[in-house]
Ligand binder design. Structure first.
Ligand SMILES: Nc1ncnc2c1ncn2[C@@H]1O[C@H](COP(=O)(O)OP(=O)(O)OP(=O)(O)O)[C@@H](O)[C@H]1O
Length: 639
């Protein structure tokens, strides 16, 4: 599967501008960079800007139009669909970052065209633009026979709700050929882009007013739109089915912060958050596994309902995916933005052999992480400081010099220039590598990117020198030398915890399936045994009365013995599978109990602090065990 990852920044909202929130995100579209300038306060109360540089396939600034995003991401999926392939477009990001704006268009979010534009033209959503291209392409003679259908559903709390059929609950099953199907999901034939949009609008209304979705606003569920090309099947007449030729799937993912923010709300919201977290992690794992060429048996589709549902969209040589990571520009949302960028970064962390879906060349094999080595291990860079600068793209620049010794000098243009030149140098290294691999990136692109980078740094650096929140330190973090490592470690731990939870749920499911199999095979064996005992009694009586039947008796006895052995063998197998499944569940729960994972307690019954070292150590133990579990392929074998 091929995946292309782009980032889109939305403009500052009126409210954000009114409270003088600062724009700290700087996309550099030429090379798909996104620079984050994050103001921080150190323990000695000196202030600095930490600059992180991410690279993706493309990035879009606040003044970009939906049409630009469409051209760079989705338009190339239309031919794929007409050629019988499958395309998927994901919108990922925190609530309010512009996912709906991008997918549904400016009008649907009540926006009159964004800041200063005042026009809707160019901001129709991806749904509309894709539908328009589908109907245009269908006008070609060879495609005229295609029927276009649309289905819309949401995944909320592990269940599928048909948004175009009064929120009817729909099942997601696999047929004998392991093809995913949604029995009962309504499909609607559409003949124009306007048909598509009015269906989506009515589905959207259904979503927000549905009686079972009192809490399921858009950001707490994944909304999935299937746009399919169908051809009449071989069977004609009533009940005849249409066959799917190609499909385009749009996934408006639940707000990513819901998954992370599991501590502050009620139980229901926490459960929702955990569900979203699990599904987003499973999605990331599936995409990474597919992108790195994992075999089908080892792609964790069963990790969540979302990945089960999307399985078909991912498999096959013609499967292509695009992820649009939407980010808010302001400082207050900086943490969420960085989380979004990290997620998107890891989705495409391992570079793929094939290029992206879009039209731009991607020969440079750049790692879409911080500009260079993994930030998890790279020490923070302090310009002018005593610590050695690493090759990583994490840059810290001081904002003031209060109480500082010479090791961390006052910010000055030369420091700033030093930071810029470091980033530029790394960019140049990459550009050179890019060019040497035969892409069409040249000195001109490099020059533009570099000057864009300079401008970005200058602009934000000076803005950020002004005090945030009336000069107070409100909302800022204190500098901790281990902070980055700890943050990263925490994040990895959280991810693994979610995976542990998902694996444990899967193990329990497997165990209950194994128990059902065992009981049913035991019941069948007993029923057959009863029949056999009757038969045997007859045989024995008959042969006892007339020894001439001895030969027939021996043959029948042989056959009966064999049947018994087979039956006992099958039962033994079921018992073995059940025991293995039970063992996995037991190991999992005992490691959770000892491990100090979520909800675990210290020796005196005190809850272990979520961010404490003890909790981390405990979680590490759980994670180690999880690794063991993951290594055991029993999950697959047991099915
Ligand atoms: N690129 C943009 N240009 C102008 N306005 C935008 C842009 N992106 C988003 N907005 C505005 O920001 C607000 C939030 O956007 P949107 O509803 O798309 O967020 P979301 O990520 O879908 O949130 P949720 O997860 O809650 O559904 C809306 O008022 C929208 O019009």
């Amino acid at each position: 599967m091929r995946i292309r990852v782009v980032v889109r920044k939305r403009p500052l909202s009126k409210k954000e501008s009114q409270v003088q929130d600062v724009d700290v995100i700087q996309p550099i579209p030429i090379h798909g960079h996104v620079i984050v300038h994050q103001p921080k306060t150190r323990v000695d109360l000196t202030r600095e800007v930490e600059t992180s540089n991410f690279a993706f396939d493309n990035s879009f600034d606040a003044d970009s139009f939906n049409r630009d995003i469409y051209e760079s991401t989705t338009s190339n999926l239309i031919p794929t669909m007409f050629n019988g392939g499958r395309g998927s477009v994901f919108a990922y990001g925190q609530t309010g970052s512009g996912k709906t704006f991008t997918m549904m268009g400016a009008e649907m979010t009540g926006n009159r065209g964004g800041q200063g534009r005042g026009v809707l033209d160019g901001n129709e959503g991806l749904y509309y633009l894709a539908a328009r291209d589908v109907f245009q392409t269908r006008q070609q003679e060879e495609f005229k026979h295609f029927i276009v259908t649309v289905s819309l559903f949401e995944i909320y709390g592990g269940k599928l709700y048909d948004l175009l059929n009064a929120r009817k609950v729909v099942k997601c099953l696999e047929d004998a050929k392991q093809k995913v199907c949604f029995p009962g999901l309504s499909e609607h034939v559409v003949n124009s882009e306007d048909d598509v949009m009015s269906l989506i609008q009515s589905g959207g209304n259904n979503r927000s007013t549905g009686t079972t979705s009192a809490n399921a606003d858009s950001s707490r569920s994944h909304a999935i739109l299937l746009m399919s090309l169908k051809v009449p099947g071989r069977r004609r007449g009533p009940g005849a089915k249409m066959q799917e030729h190609g499909r385009l799937t749009f996934i408006d993912l639940a707000g990513s912060e819901r998954g992370a923010d599991t501590s502050k709300c009620d139980r229901q919201t926490r459960l929702e958050g955990a569900e979203i977290n699990t599904s987003l992690l499973a999605l990331k794992e599936v995409i990474r596994a597919l992108a790195t060429g994992g075999t089908m048996q080892h792609i964790p589709f069963r990790g969540s309902k979302l990945t089960q549902v999307l399985k078909d969209s991912f498999v096959g040589v013609d499967a292509r995916s695009v992820m649009i990571a939407c980010v808010a520009p302001n400082f207050s949302n900086c943490e969420h933005t960085i989380n979004t960028l990290r997620y998107a970064d890891r989705v495409k962390e391992k570079e793929f052999k094939a290029g992206g879906v879009g039209d731009e060349p991607r020969g440079d094999k750049r790692r879409s992480s911080y500009d260079g080595d993994r930030p998890t291990t790279a020490p923070a860079q302090v310009y002018g400081g005593g610590r050695k600068a690493s090759a990583g793209g994490l840059v810290r620049r001081s904002l003031d010099g209060v109480g500082r010794a010479q090791e961390d000098p006052q910010p000055n243009p030369s420091n700033n220039a030093a930071a810029a030149s470091k980033i530029r140098a790394s960019l140049r290294r990459r550009s050179t590598a890019h060019a040497s691999r035969g892409s069409n990136s040249g000195p001109e692109l490099e020059r533009k990117a570099s000057s864009g980078l300079d401008a970005a740094i200058e602009k934000n650096f000076h803005k950020l020198l002004e005090p945030v929140n009336n000069g107070s330190n409100g909302g800022e973090e204190y500098f901790d030398p281990d902070e980055d490592t700890d943050d990263e470690e925490e994040e990895r731990m959280r991810e693994r915890e979610a995976r542990t939870e998902a694996l444990a749920a899967k193990a329990r499911e497997d165990m209950s399936k194994a128990a059902a199999d065992l009981i049913s095979s035991h019941r069948n064996a007993m029923t057959s045994m009863l029949g056999m005992v009757k038969k045997e009694m007859n045989m024995v009586n008959k042969t006892d009365a007339d020894r001439d039947n001895l030969e027939q008796y021996i043959d029948e006895l042989d056959a009966l013995q064999e049947r018994k052995v087979d039956m006992l063998g099958a039962m033994k197998q079921s018992l073995k599978k059940f025991k293995a499944a039970r063992e996995i569940v037991r190991k999992g729960s005992s490691s959770n109990g000892n491990g100090g994972g979520k909800g675990s307690r210290g020796s005196k019954g005190k809850p272990l602090a979520g961010g404490g070292k003890m909790a981390r150590m405990g979680r590490r133990a759980t994670v180690d065990h999880l690794r063991d579990l993951e290594d055991v392929d029993d999950f697959e074998d047991l099915r």
